[in-house]
Ligand binder design. Structure first.
Ligand SMILES: [Zn+2]
Length: 371
């Protein structure tokens, strides 16, 4: 939670201009014109205010499509062993690819030594780094809602191929071919808990997920297979609607969402998700209670799985399901977010005295087996 409250942008920009060591580790700064992120103390030419953005951690910067600066090395602590530098260079040579152990061996890198060193110096596993970098590049387009060509040029890709490949692997169809194809529109939405990815078409909102969530890649692939659509950055009335509703949600002005939902999933999953939609803001339920609601009291574990597979984070409030003993248990978006959301909802629902009265949402697609 402490990472949530970054200093004001003015304060952070001043720190960048002054190379102020007091801010080391507090935030990282991305420079849009170069696609590189730095420590606040970096001595590389001071960027213009309008070109910078700030991140609470390196993972957020990577997921936003930035790569680490070679001068200030924001991922590393102390001097990096050559093997770490080598691994990073391998990733940059083909960010969208996947490096298996055999690939490393072929490049003269011992996989287990390399991975240990990487974790020690970068504070994250090599896989986590590579994934964040791949996601960041592919989602860069979604983030800006620009045309792919503009993006490629803005981000300084010498050739479009790296960018296109990243986008292709993650979102399915190469952007140049995706023009005019029946598609899902994607938008990057900034929230106080970090950026989210939203996907929608005329049927409704199909996905809302925190960008740094583990498993987002798999979720996108599943969605793409199910809908047989390509995904493109763009505008859609439901994306605008959900962005607006999220803004109000985070401001505590409303806790309910009205954007139509395009729910997929099995009959059982939809039954669980609809049971979640019936939990009022400010309240929580246990997995066993949800299992009871869907008429399968012994299927507690399956309820837990369906809960975790929910593609409409926040809207279908899987964060309102907790352990029978009141502990938070798991959350795909991270426990700190779950805690934040529950506290936020308790504070605002309680304040209005409408705790038990709210019916959150009426889903578009009626579930096959919900009560
Ligand atoms: Zn730097």
């Amino acid at each position: 939670m402490s990472k949530l409250n970054l200093p004001s942008p003015e304060v952070m920009y001043r720190a960048v201009v002054d190379h102020d060591p007091a801010f080391e580790g507090i935030f990282y700064v991305g420079v849009a014109t170069t696609g590189i992120f730095c420590r606040p103390t970096c001595r590389v030419r001071t960027p213009k205010r309008k070109n910078v953005e700030f991140f609470p951690n390196t993972s957020a910067a990577l997921h936003a499509g930035y790569r680490p600066c070679r001068r200030c090395r924001p991922l590393e602590r102390g001097d990096a062993p050559p093997v770490v530098a080598k691994l990073m260079a391998e990733v940059e040579s083909e960010p969208s690819g996947r490096l298996r152990d055999a690939d490393l061996v072929r490049r003269g890198i011992d996989p287990s030594t390399a991975r240990r060193a990487f974790k020690r110096y970068c504070g994250m596993t090599f896989q986590a780094y590579h994934r964040a970098r791949r996601m960041g590049l592919a989602l860069a387009g979604v983030r800006q809602g620009k045309s792919m060509l503009d993006l490629q040029l803005d981000h300084g890709f010498e050739s479009g191929s790296g960018f296109r490949t990243a986008f292709n692997r993650l979102l399915g169809t190469a952007p140049s071919r995706a023009q005019g194809v029946d598609c899902l529109y994607a938008r990057w939405i900034e929230t106080p808990l970090g950026p989210m990815l939203a996907l929608a078409d005329d049927r409704g909102l199909a996905l809302l997920e925190f960008v740094d969530r583990r498993g987002l890649e798999r979720e996108l692939e599943t969605l793409q297979r199910r809908l047989k659509r390509s995904i493109l950055p763009g505008s859609h009335r439901y994306l605008e609607q959900i962005e607006n509703e999220l803004k109000n949600y985070f401001a505590g002005r409303r806790l309910a969402f009205d954007t139509p939902l395009a729910m997929g999933g099995s009959a059982f999953q939809r039954a669980v998700w609809n049971a979640l939609l019936a939990i009022p803001a400010g309240a929580t339920r246990s997995y066993a209670e949800i299992a009871g609601v869907v008429g399968k009291p012994s299927a507690v574990r399956a309820v837990g799985r369906a809960n975790g597979d929910n593609p409409l984070c926040l809207i279908v409030p899987c964060h309102r399901v907790i352990g029978a003993d009141g502990t938070l248990t798991g959350y795909g978006g991270g426990l700190w977010r779950k805690q934040w959301l529950l506290e936020h909802e308790r504070a605002h629902a309680g304040a209005r005295g409408q705790l038990a009265l709210r019916v959150e949402h009426r889903p578009v697609e009626a579930p096959a087996s919900a009560s």
